[in-house]
Design a protein around this ligand. Structure first.
Ligand code: ZN
Length: 275
């Protein structure tokens, strides 16, 4: 049976406790959510950090370090740190955004698109993608190439042709983000067909398209992502009680579709990352 990797994106930068009281803010809450997701079947934890009091998106390296340490003390889930770097300013934004990679997690997300639309519209500086890809390689971190629209795939292919990414490339198809490609079956099929043949890919759907996108992702041979970063509802009008509850839903889905959930070791093998 095919193995499907489940990623849990436990907090992101947009949802608040006002929207769903189970959204984690403090390093302890974020780490606990990741460990619970691992117990439920997630192989990868995608991590953002928050200001512990206000819950505003933060980018302090000490917070990333604390979350990473706390998770690693409790389980072997694959750690994926964001480099989205919202709310950063100054002249060395690129350097600041790459600080999580210096912690040498297994994976860092890399939005190569010239525009990132997930939370707030801002320009990726033109040199960002190349510098980030080189730094991640230097640190031995696998880039998770996040693509929000079809052009970003063409851009990633250009990077692959210029040997900026190691094989196999690992893509996250982000469907239904604001100003990004709409989360429809036609669009997911279109995106998937444009990927390089050896790509490992995962899909996420924002809000109400989450279930349809991950279902189709499993059917098409991909991997899937769930969690509060993408969606805080279990179903229409019903808030999820925890990130782990969403992972359990994803595990059931994978099993119903005659696939198996990948363990962390199996996910490392699939992605070609060190044990
Ligand atoms: Zn993220």
């Amino acid at each position: 049976m095919r193995k499907v990797i489940i990623t849990a994106a436990v907090t992101g930068s947009r949802p608040t406790k006002e929207m769903n009281p189970a959204v984690p803010y403090t390093p302890k809450e974020i780490a606990e959510a990741a460990v619970e997701c691992w117990r439920a079947g997630a192989a990868i934890a995608h991590i953002h950090v928050r200001d512990p009091q206000s819950g505003h998106p933060e980018f302090k390296i000490e917070l990333f370090q604390e979350v990473k340490d706390q998770i690693q003390q409790q389980c072997d889930i694959i750690i994926n740190l964001t480099t989205s770097g919202l709310r950063l300013s100054g002249t060395n934004v690129i350097e600041q955004r790459l600080k999580p990679a210096a912690l040498r997690p297994d994976i860092c997300s890399l939005d190569i698109g010239s525009l990132n639309f997930q939370d707030k519209t801002f320009m990726n500086p033109p040199e960002w993608g190349e510098i980030a890809a080189k730094k991640m390689r230097e640190y031995g971190v696998k880039p998770e190439i996040e693509v929000f629209d079809i052009g970003h795939i063409y851009q990633a292919i250009d990077y692959i042709e210029r040997d900026l990414f190691d094989n196999p490339p690992y893509f996250q198809l982000c469907m239904g983000t604001k100003w990004g490609i709409e989360g429809t079956p036609e669009n997911l099929l279109f995106m998937q067909r444009k990927l390089p043949p050896n790509a490992i890919w995962s899909v996420l759907g924002v809000g109400k398209v989450q279930l349809s996108m991950i279902t189709m992702g499993v059917v098409l041979g991909g991997h899937i992502r769930v969690g509060f970063e993408d969606n805080i509802y279990l179903k229409k009008g019903v808030l999820a009680k925890s990130n782990a509850q969403m992972v359990k839903m994803a595990v059931n889905l994978v099993n119903h579709l005659q696939c198996k959930v990948a363990t962390t070791d199996e996910a490392r093998d699939i992605l070609g990352i060190r044990h």
